[in-house]
Design a protein around this ligand. Structure first.
Ligand SMILES: [Fe+2]
Length: 196
Protein backbone atom coordinates (compact mmCIF):
# COMPACT_ATOMS: atom_id res chain seq x y z
CA UNK A 1 0.00 0.00 0.00
CA UNK A 2 1.29 3.39 -1.01
CA UNK A 3 1.94 6.10 1.53
CA UNK A 4 -1.18 8.30 1.17
CA UNK A 5 0.48 11.37 2.69
CA UNK A 6 3.41 11.19 0.30
CA UNK A 7 1.11 10.65 -2.69
CA UNK A 8 -0.84 13.75 -1.63
CA UNK A 9 2.40 15.77 -1.39
CA UNK A 10 3.33 14.55 -4.89
CA UNK A 11 -0.02 15.64 -6.33
CA UNK A 12 0.24 19.02 -4.62
CA UNK A 13 3.73 19.53 -6.07
CA UNK A 14 2.30 18.75 -9.53
CA UNK A 15 -0.51 21.26 -8.97
CA UNK A 16 2.08 23.87 -8.03
CA UNK A 17 3.92 23.21 -11.30
CA UNK A 18 0.67 23.29 -13.26
CA UNK A 19 -0.15 26.70 -11.81
CA UNK A 20 3.41 27.91 -12.46
CA UNK A 21 3.28 26.88 -16.13
CA UNK A 22 -0.19 28.34 -16.63
CA UNK A 23 0.95 31.69 -15.20
CA UNK A 24 3.97 31.56 -17.52
CA UNK A 25 1.86 31.15 -20.65
CA UNK A 26 0.31 34.51 -19.76
CA UNK A 27 3.57 36.20 -18.77
CA UNK A 28 5.89 35.07 -21.59
CA UNK A 29 4.12 37.02 -24.38
CA UNK A 30 4.59 40.17 -22.26
CA UNK A 31 8.30 39.38 -21.85
CA UNK A 32 8.59 38.77 -25.59
CA UNK A 33 6.93 42.13 -26.29
CA UNK A 34 9.25 43.88 -23.82
CA UNK A 35 12.44 42.36 -25.25
CA UNK A 36 14.34 44.51 -27.72
CA UNK A 37 16.87 41.98 -28.98
CA UNK A 38 15.54 39.66 -31.68
CA UNK A 39 17.46 36.69 -30.29
CA UNK A 40 15.82 37.12 -26.88
CA UNK A 41 12.38 37.49 -28.47
CA UNK A 42 12.94 34.21 -30.33
CA UNK A 43 14.19 32.41 -27.21
CA UNK A 44 11.10 33.52 -25.27
CA UNK A 45 8.76 32.55 -28.12
CA UNK A 46 10.38 29.10 -28.30
CA UNK A 47 9.97 28.58 -24.58
CA UNK A 48 6.31 29.61 -24.74
CA UNK A 49 5.72 26.76 -27.22
CA UNK A 50 7.63 24.37 -24.94
CA UNK A 51 5.61 25.55 -21.96
CA UNK A 52 2.37 24.65 -23.75
CA UNK A 53 3.75 21.15 -24.30
CA UNK A 54 4.81 20.94 -20.67
CA UNK A 55 1.24 21.70 -19.57
CA UNK A 56 0.06 18.84 -21.82
CA UNK A 57 2.49 16.47 -20.10
CA UNK A 58 1.11 17.52 -16.71
CA UNK A 59 -2.45 17.05 -18.04
CA UNK A 60 -1.54 13.47 -18.99
CA UNK A 61 -0.21 12.81 -15.50
CA UNK A 62 -3.34 14.24 -13.83
CA UNK A 63 -5.53 12.13 -16.11
CA UNK A 64 -3.69 8.98 -15.14
CA UNK A 65 -4.03 9.92 -11.47
CA UNK A 66 -7.73 10.78 -12.00
CA UNK A 67 -7.07 14.04 -10.18
CA UNK A 68 -7.75 17.67 -11.08
CA UNK A 69 -4.77 19.93 -11.86
CA UNK A 70 -6.63 22.88 -10.33
CA UNK A 71 -6.75 24.01 -6.75
CA UNK A 72 -3.34 25.47 -6.05
CA UNK A 73 -1.77 28.78 -6.93
CA UNK A 74 2.00 28.86 -7.26
CA UNK A 75 2.84 31.86 -5.08
CA UNK A 76 6.53 31.71 -6.04
CA UNK A 77 5.79 32.05 -9.76
CA UNK A 78 3.38 34.87 -9.00
CA UNK A 79 6.23 36.70 -7.26
CA UNK A 80 8.75 36.00 -10.02
CA UNK A 81 6.32 37.24 -12.67
CA UNK A 82 5.64 40.35 -10.57
CA UNK A 83 9.36 41.09 -10.36
CA UNK A 84 9.70 40.78 -14.14
CA UNK A 85 6.74 43.14 -14.60
CA UNK A 86 8.40 45.66 -12.27
CA UNK A 87 11.61 45.46 -14.28
CA UNK A 88 9.68 46.13 -17.48
CA UNK A 89 8.06 49.13 -15.84
CA UNK A 90 11.27 50.55 -14.39
CA UNK A 91 13.65 50.11 -17.33
CA UNK A 92 13.30 51.53 -20.77
CA UNK A 93 13.43 49.08 -23.68
CA UNK A 94 17.02 48.21 -24.61
CA UNK A 95 19.93 45.94 -23.91
CA UNK A 96 20.04 46.72 -20.18
CA UNK A 97 16.41 45.74 -19.79
CA UNK A 98 17.04 42.63 -21.90
CA UNK A 99 19.92 41.65 -19.60
CA UNK A 100 17.53 42.03 -16.67
CA UNK A 101 14.84 40.02 -18.45
CA UNK A 102 17.28 37.16 -18.97
CA UNK A 103 18.06 37.22 -15.26
CA UNK A 104 14.34 37.17 -14.45
CA UNK A 105 13.74 34.29 -16.88
CA UNK A 106 16.59 32.32 -15.34
CA UNK A 107 15.08 32.72 -11.87
CA UNK A 108 11.91 31.17 -13.32
CA UNK A 109 13.88 28.32 -14.92
CA UNK A 110 15.77 27.55 -11.73
CA UNK A 111 12.52 27.44 -9.78
CA UNK A 112 11.04 25.05 -12.32
CA UNK A 113 14.18 22.91 -12.42
CA UNK A 114 13.95 22.46 -8.64
CA UNK A 115 10.21 21.76 -8.85
CA UNK A 116 10.41 19.21 -11.67
CA UNK A 117 13.46 17.51 -10.18
CA UNK A 118 11.58 17.02 -6.93
CA UNK A 119 8.37 15.86 -8.63
CA UNK A 120 10.31 13.41 -10.83
CA UNK A 121 12.01 11.89 -7.81
CA UNK A 122 8.70 11.65 -5.90
CA UNK A 123 7.13 9.95 -8.96
CA UNK A 124 9.86 7.30 -9.01
CA UNK A 125 9.60 6.68 -5.27
CA UNK A 126 5.83 6.25 -5.56
CA UNK A 127 6.12 3.82 -8.46
CA UNK A 128 4.88 6.20 -11.20
CA UNK A 129 7.70 5.45 -13.62
CA UNK A 130 5.67 6.72 -16.60
CA UNK A 131 5.17 10.08 -14.85
CA UNK A 132 8.86 10.23 -14.01
CA UNK A 133 9.72 9.94 -17.70
CA UNK A 134 7.37 12.77 -18.66
CA UNK A 135 8.66 14.98 -15.85
CA UNK A 136 12.26 14.24 -16.89
CA UNK A 137 11.48 15.38 -20.45
CA UNK A 138 10.26 18.71 -19.12
CA UNK A 139 13.19 18.95 -16.72
CA UNK A 140 15.58 18.53 -19.67
CA UNK A 141 13.78 21.29 -21.59
CA UNK A 142 14.00 23.66 -18.64
CA UNK A 143 17.72 22.97 -18.24
CA UNK A 144 18.34 23.56 -21.95
CA UNK A 145 16.41 26.82 -21.80
CA UNK A 146 18.48 27.93 -18.82
CA UNK A 147 21.71 27.11 -20.67
CA UNK A 148 20.54 28.87 -23.83
CA UNK A 149 19.75 31.99 -21.79
CA UNK A 150 23.20 31.90 -20.18
CA UNK A 151 24.78 31.68 -23.61
CA UNK A 152 22.68 34.52 -24.99
CA UNK A 153 23.67 36.72 -22.05
CA UNK A 154 27.35 35.84 -22.08
CA UNK A 155 27.94 35.94 -25.82
CA UNK A 156 25.83 38.96 -26.63
CA UNK A 157 23.42 40.80 -24.40
CA UNK A 158 25.59 41.50 -21.36
CA UNK A 159 28.17 43.22 -23.59
CA UNK A 160 25.46 45.18 -25.36
CA UNK A 161 24.10 46.24 -21.97
CA UNK A 162 27.57 47.32 -20.80
CA UNK A 163 28.02 49.41 -23.92
CA UNK A 164 24.56 50.91 -23.96
CA UNK A 165 24.90 54.67 -23.65
CA UNK A 166 25.28 56.09 -20.16
CA UNK A 167 24.81 52.94 -18.11
CA UNK A 168 21.39 54.00 -16.85
CA UNK A 169 18.22 53.66 -18.87
CA UNK A 170 16.36 56.13 -16.69
CA UNK A 171 15.93 59.82 -17.32
CA UNK A 172 17.39 61.90 -14.42
CA UNK A 173 13.97 63.04 -13.19
CA UNK A 174 12.98 59.42 -12.64
CA UNK A 175 16.21 58.40 -10.98
CA UNK A 176 15.09 59.41 -7.49
CA UNK A 177 12.13 57.03 -7.47
CA UNK A 178 14.31 54.16 -8.68
CA UNK A 179 16.84 54.79 -5.95
CA UNK A 180 14.09 54.90 -3.36
CA UNK A 181 12.77 51.53 -4.48
CA UNK A 182 16.23 49.99 -4.16
CA UNK A 183 17.92 49.79 -7.53
CA UNK A 184 19.57 46.48 -8.34
CA UNK A 185 20.42 47.66 -11.81
CA UNK A 186 23.68 46.41 -13.18
CA UNK A 187 24.04 43.47 -10.84
CA UNK A 188 21.50 41.00 -12.21
CA UNK A 189 22.52 40.28 -15.75
CA UNK A 190 26.01 39.01 -15.13
CA UNK A 191 25.71 37.44 -11.70
CA UNK A 192 22.75 35.22 -12.47
CA UNK A 193 24.26 33.65 -15.55
CA UNK A 194 26.41 31.24 -13.58
CA UNK A 195 27.56 28.22 -15.55
CA UNK A 196 27.16 24.78 -14.06
FE1 LIG B 1 8.19 25.15 -17.80
Amino acid sequence: MKNKGFEHLYIESLRDLYSAETQLTEALPKVEAAAKTKELQLAVKKHLKETEGQIKRLDKIFQSLKESPQGKECAAMKGLVKEAAELIKEEEAGAVRDAGLIGAAQKVEHYEIAGYGTARTFARLLGHEDHAELLQETLDEESMTDEALTELAETMINDMALNEGGGSAKAPREAATSAASGSSRGSTASSSNAKK
